[in-house]
Write a protein that binds this ligand. Structure first.
Ligand code: HEM
Length: 484
């Protein structure tokens, strides 16, 4: 028996949704927290372009809970350790995802784990959890290593590469194979250019905000829907084939086909389609950005690279990591760098929610049916929690320093019952790709490169990450001059 999902939102008309938002706002029974609540298109534009400085400024002026009017409506932000804990753990049941700011994602992903709530979320998560057990995740090492080795063949010292685009292609191939069990070079995937379609569908979310409300035949929405329907054909035919033949592999789709909870509930074909699309989306942008930001910082911090290389020289036999080293995160210097990368640049930077009932936080009332977001990116930049937050300091995450952090301070993977289900997979993928790159090459940034960050839906380098490729040196020979 399949679980019952929520009614579809996909066809909701943007104008009707907007009017309903305004009605909800007018019906508020308590005032919104202090903030900037006058209508202002320029504030909306500034927020779309560079939200971090605005959020930090508002935190300074109004405290950990404040309101910004963005586009048509009031949006509440809650920042800092206590706010993160409140929204993700202690009072999580008063916040839903589905009606929050990223509800447009339902147009592509349908009702996968990320966008569902309540009992349906709880039971779907129970069904899916075993597929993310660490035994299954470990089975993906081989795929990630093989794909990374393949991609590294495109690099050679003296060359130049957009490391962001390179990693994005690699992560998409890994996702197709490890999550979906689909050979990206096989006939079925190539016949419809699955990778290209997926990128086309995702590009909707980085299109101009105002264009995203259009629904006409040539609108970004229509293009996204067309790409999604073509991908659906691929996913459904794969599901049908596997159900008919009983063929299964180590991939997550195979596990989802047979997964059930303690009541014997299973996932329908539609639910599996939605979960696969959700995992592809949630799993490839996030890891890509993490690798890109990590190597951006490494190119500016030669002494940290020297520590990573010394660790590799001491621990890798013949320069190759073992599967156990990768799954257990045994390269501890690399783990610190990974944790600090996710502090400074948490790719899934915002937790978009809608409150169910009015509530009070730190002396301020917040209405029910309000847009309320927690934000790891801003929370990780509060100087009273992370001193000199712009500095890249992996030592913030030594076991002692981490133990001293307040509850809720560090939330790159969210928290509570919605903690990232792909966390282990994502960490494994990032550490595998980073280890193999560092064992072969060194990078420096072109002298004129300036990092700009774009958001929507995850944060990433706005203009890619151009890198000059060098021979890997030994740790002792790492030249500070390689730093930008
Ligand atoms: C470095 C890599 C990753 C980061 C930083 C990351 C971050 C996050 C965060 C912050 C959330 C919670 C969002 C919220 O509270 O609204 C989340 C949820 C989720 N992530 Fe990840 N993620 C990563 C990789 C992955 C991968 C590889 C997958 C899939 C294989 C994945 C699948 C999901 C799913 C399905 C959810 C929804 C979980 C739920 O609501 O029950 N993520 N992720």
């Amino acid at each position: 028996m399949a679980l019952d999902g929520p009614p579809p939102l996909v066809d909701a008309k943007p104008v009707a949704v907007l009017l309903e938002d305004l009605r909800d706002e007018r019906a508020a029974t308590v005032p919104f927290p202090p903030g900037e609540t006058r209508v202002s298109l320029s504030r909306t534009r500034r927020f779309a372009g560079e939200p971090l400085p605005m959020l930090l400024d508002a935190y300074e002026r109004f405290g950990p809970v404040f309101t910004l009017r963005l586009l048509h409506g009031n949006v509440v932000f809650m920042l800092g350790p206590a706010a993160n804990h409140y929204m993700t753990v202690s009072h999580a049941s008063n916040f839903i995802w589905r009606d929050g700011h990223f509800r447009d994602l339902i147009g592509l992903m349908g009702d996968g784990l990320l966008t569902i709530d309540g009992e349906f979320h709880r039971r779907s998560r129970m069904i899916m959890l075993p597929a993310f057990h660490h035994r299954h995740i470990a089975a993906s090492v081989e795929v990630i290593v093989a794909e990374t080795d393949r991609a590294l063949q495109q690099l050679s010292p003296g060359g130049r590469i957009d490391l962001y685009a390179w990693t994005r292609r690699l992560a998409l191939r890994v996702a197709m194979r490890a999550l979906f069990g689909l050979d990206p070079d096989g006939e079925r995937a190539r016949s419809i250019d699955a990778a290209g379609l997926f990128e086309r569908a995702l590009s909707f979310y980085s299109s101009e905000y105002l264009l995203r409300v259009l629904r006409g035949p040539f609108s970004p929405w229509a293009r996204m829907q067309k790409a999604a329907r073509e991908l659906d054909q691929l996913i459904y035919s794969e599901i049908a084939d596997r159900r008919a033949t009983g063929a299964r592999g180590e991939d997550i789709l195979s596990l989802l086909l047979d997964a059930c909870d303690e009541d014997g509930s299973t996932l329908s074909d539609l639910q599996i389609r939605d979960e696969v699309m959700t995992l592809m989306f949630a799993g490839h942008d996030t890891t890509t950005s993490t690798i890109a930001f990590m190597f951006y910082e490494l190119a500016r911090n030669a002494e940290i690279v020297a520590r990573l290389l010394a660790e590799q020289d001491a621990m890798l036999a013949d320069g190759r990591p073992t599967a156990a080293q990768l799954t257990a995160g045994e390269l501890t210097e690399l783990e610190l760098v990974l944790d600090e990368t996710l502090r400074k640049y948490p790719p899934a930077w915002i937790g978009p929610r809608r409150s169910l009932e009015a509530f009070e936080f730190e002396g301020h009332a917040v209405p029910g049916r309000a847009f309320v977001n927690y934000c790891s990116w801003a929370s990780h930049h509060l100087p009273d929690v992370f001193a000199e937050p712009e500095d890249f300091r992996p030592e913030r995450f030594t076991p002692e320093a981490r133990a001293a952090l307040p509850k809720g301070a560090y939330v790159p993977f969210g928290g509570g019952s919605r903690t990232c289900i792909g966390m282990r997979f994502g960490q494994l993928e990032v550490r595998t790709i980073a280890t193999l790159i560092l064992s072969r090459f060194a990078f420096s940034l072109p002298a004129d490169f300036q990092l700009a960050i774009r958001q929507m839906p995850t944060i990433s380098p706005k203009h890619g990450l151009p890198m000059l490729i060098h021979e890997r040196t030994t740790a002792a020979a790492t030249e500070p001059s390689l730093a930008a």
